[in-house]
Design a protein around this ligand. Sequence first.
Ligand SMILES: [Zn+2]
Length: 170
Amino acid sequence: MNQTLPVHLNFAQKAKIGFEIQGKLPIKQLKRLSESLLSNDGDLTVELKFDRIGPVPFIVGHITAQLELKCQRCMQSMAHPVDLHFKLGMVQKEEQIEKLPEDMEPYLIETDNNHLPDMLEEELLLALPLVAMHEFDCSDYLQKQVLEQQDEVEKPEEKENPFSVLKDLL
Ligand SMILES: [Zn+2]
């Protein structure tokens, strides 16, 4: 049951009556997130449940996606799989934040016309790495440095540098 997610929802009212929804959202609809990506192709897959515990309305969410970040070391594409779970307790004022159950992040509700893609985008942006970088040494420069250091440690008495021959020829 993959449907297109609605843009506007009354979060508090949905929590009051209990509401579940699953669907897809094109990544390109999220402008701020797209700015951090090399490509905004593809969709988010989203599952949301609106409910309440006692007086506290909350949203439980799960987002999966394949994002394409730009590695800040080699500037190449970097696949970033997202599998994000979150639980937001709705508050109308700051004083309510401390009364939230510990496993909930506060989510400020200022209107009854809430923007669903904005909420999802905020959660995704919070979960992105501060500096995207490949886990392996992806930069040629860094790789050379590492190899040179290894050479020094492992082969301190290198007999002949093949490049010295070239140097003589030049
Ligand atoms: Zn890289």
